[in-house]
Structure formats: structure tokens, C-alpha cells
Design a protein around this ligand. Structure first.
Ligand SMILES: Cc1ncc(COP(=O)(O)O)c(C=O)c1O
Length: 361
């Protein structure tokens, strides 16, 4: 089976982790600081604060933006659960916006419709590795005095008009989960150009401690360890290579798949897409349903996955309070999308095999 995801690890990651373990300095320390600096620099930002995962990065960023109970935060309905659950973790309400049918990213028009006097922030997810229209969102946020947080969990190295994911909003959060474009095992990072926000996030992620045993706010233990950062430093040196292979694989799919009723990903002219996922859209004119296609591919040894089968306003946890909400584009996308294996371990030959299997249906 060609798996839908396969994390890369080499002797270099193993050697770096070994060195850190044998140094005895396994908790957060110099290795984490080096990773924070280098990753922030990679994004074109001044500050990075490493965390335990992408969800805690979002939680810390939202808290630093001052999001509290009673506030609302606008979130796209078509994303991973954590983009919204992190808002709920602040005691605030995620307000779901619809998406654009071509990129699956949040629709700036839908954001404007959802703004109330309780809105505090907007989370713009860069879904599947393509940036959302950040300049349009930044304008809306500026006009309404809202904080713009990029959820860049899937978008390491992506850019919009030449500006990297991470440097497009007031803050941005990343995930380094093993299936992501680069990994630390589990891990996350908040990056920003705002020193005040970076300082607050650092305190929030370290028990609210401004000096040893002096706790000035309610904080958490969201610190990354040196062991995880060692993996991150090795992966950061390779991430552009991983991306190039993902882009090559995506090119083979997009140029090769000609089957009637399948729509290949649209890439906005402003975007450099890093293909965290390569997502096909199964139209009604295709001879199989999305789920039948998934089974057919599995029978041919090709893994695939649905990202995401249930839009967030329909998730059991959020469904009751949103029972009258209709977001037609997100709801339609959830029924039609299918991700193919695009990760760097998929060879050119395997990509061509996948294209042939699909075109021969
Ligand atoms: C868009 C998005 N946001 C947030 C997260 C949460 O990241 P983590 O799994 O590292 O907590 C993910 C992870 O899948 C994600 O895809």
C-alpha cells in the first residue's frame, strides 16, 4: 500500500537526538532556543516560541491576543478541529465562516458577515499548504481592530505574494506533528514580529512565570523539549527539499489526471503551494462516489484520506449551538474531497501509477 503519510527520519535526526539525551539537558533549553530562532528566521519573522504541539500554540496565541470568555473568534468551518477547539479552550466562541470553492480557504466575504461587537480575532487557516488570502483578511482585521492569527499548521514554507506563511498575520502557529511537512515528533511554534506578544506567549507557555517561582498570570506547561527541537533542527534543513518533492508529485498528478469529473487543486496566482495534502474534488459527473473511489484506490494499493469529512459547525461538539447554520461551500467540500499520497516518500513512478489507475476508471 502506498501510505497517505510517511514521516521522514534519517541518521542525522537520530544522532542529534542521541547527543541531546546524552548531554543530560533534555528539557527546554539551548537546543529549543536555536530551533526557535532558526524557524522564525525561516518564516521571515523576528520571534518564535516553541510549544508542545500546534493546538497549544494556537491556545497561547489566542490568550496573548486577549481572547477570553464571552469573546468570539472567526474560524473557517473546513479545517481540523483544533483550529476551533483552541478558541473554546479560552472560554470563547468559535464563529464559523464559509470557505472559497476553489482553494477551500476561508472566504473573506464570509468573515465580514460574521463580525459582531464581540469579535476579537480571526483565525486564517492555510488549508492543505496553500495560504489563505492574508492581505484581504489583514485589511478586514485592521478595519475592525481584530487580531489576525494564521493557523499555518499545514503550511511550512508556503507563501502569498512572496511573503511566507508566518509573516502574514499578527501571529502564526505551526504544528510539527509527524505527518506535517516537517516534524519534531509532536511540537508546535508561535511566530510573530511583535516582541510584546512573543514575551507574553513565552510566559504563558511556562506556567505564567516571569521569574523563577514568580507566577504573574495563569500559564501552562506548553514547553517544547530539547529532544524534540533536535529533530526540528534537522528537519528544518530539509524542509525545502521535502517541499520540492511534494510539488513535483503534485505536478505529476495535476498534469496527468484527466478523468472527467475529477477536479485537481486550484493554485491561486499569488500562492506558492507546499501541498501538505493533494486534494482532489469528486464531482457528480465522475462515475463513482468519493467513498467508492477511495475503496477502489485501496484495492489497487493506494492509500487515500478525507480531509475533512465533517465541517466544524456540524461536529457533534459544536452542532447544537450551530443547528441553524448553513455553510454551503464547506458542506459541499466535505462530501467531495479526497487526498492522494503526495508526501516526499512517494516516488515519481508511484505517482504515475496512481495517475494511470485513476485515468483508467
Ligand atoms: C489546520 C490545523 N490546525 C491545528 C492543528 C493542531 O496541531 P497539533 O496536532 O500539532 O496539535 C492541526 C493538526 O493537524 C491542523 O491541521
Amino acid at each position: 500500500m502506498i501510505p497517505i503519510a510517511k514521516p521522514f527520519a534519517s541518521d542525522e535526526e537520530v544522532a542529534h537526538v542521541r547527543d541531546v539525551i546524552l548531554s543530560g539537558m533534555m528539557a527546554s533549553g539551548d537546543v529549543v532556543h536555536e530551533f526557535e530562532q532558526k524557524f522564525a528566521e525561516y518564516c521571515g519573522t523576528n520571534f518564535g516560541v516553541a510549544t508542545t504541539n500546534g493546538t497549544t500554540a494556537l491556545h497561547a496565541a489566542l490568550l496573548a491576543a486577549g481572547v477570553k470568555p464571552g469573546d468570539e473568534v472567526i474560524v473557517p468551518a473546513f479545517t481540523f478541529f483544533a483550529s476551533a477547539s483552541s478558541v473554546s479552550m479560552c472560554g470563547a466562541k468559535p464563529v464559523f465562516a464559509d470557505i472559497l470553492p476553489d482553494t477551500y480557504n476561508i472566504d473573506p466575504k464570509s468573515i465580514e458577515e460574521k463580525i459582531t461587537d464581540k469579535t476579537k480575532a480571526v483565525i486564517g487557516v492555510h488549508i492543505f499548504g496553500q495560504c489563505c488570502n492574508a492581505p484581504a483578511i489583514a485589511d478586514i482585521c485592521k478595519k475592525h481592530n481584530l487580531t489576525f492569527i494564521e493557523d499555518a499548521a499545514q503550511a511550512h514554507g508556503a507563501s502569498w505574494n512572496g511573503v511566507k506563511a508566518g509573516a502574514l498575520g499578527d501571529m502564526a502557529t505551526f504544528s510539527f506533528y509527524p505527518t506535517k511537512n516537517m516534524t519534531t515528533g509532536e511540537g508546535g511554534m508561535v511566530v510573530t514580529n511583535d516582541k510584546t506578544l512573543a514575551d507574553v506567549i513565552r510566559v504563558l507557555c511556562n506556567h505564567g512565570q516571569t521569574e523563577k517561582y514568580l507566577h504573574t498570570m495563569l500559564g501552562y506547561n506548553y514547553r517544547m523539549t530539547n529532544v524534540h527541537a533536535a529533530i526540528g533542527l534537522e528537519q528544518l534543513m530539509r524542509v525545502d527539499g521535502f517541499t520540492a518533492t511534494r510539488q513535483r508529485n503534485a505536478r505529476i498528478f495535476s498534469e496527468g489526471i484527466t478523468a472527467e469529473g475529477l477536479t485537481v487543486p486550484y493554485v491561486a496566482p499569488e500562492a506558492v503551494h507546499v501541498y501538505h495534502q493533494y486534494v482532489l474534488r469528486v464531482e457528480d459527473s465522475f462515475p463513482m462516489t468519493r467513498d467508492e473511489l477511495m475503496q477502489y484506490l485501496a484495492d489497487k494499493g493506494i492509500g487515500s484520506a478525507v480531509h475533512y469529512p465533517i465541517p466544524l459547525h456540524k461536529q457533534p461538539y459544536y452542532a447544537e449551538e450551530n443547528k441553524d447554520m448553513v455553510l454551503p461551500v464547506a458542506e459541499d467540500a466535505a462530501k467531495r474531497v479526497l487526498s492522494l499520497p503526495v508526501h516526499p516518500a512517494v516516488t515519481e513512478e508511484e505517482c504515475r501509477y496512481i495517475v494511470d489507475v485513476i485515468n483508467n476508471i
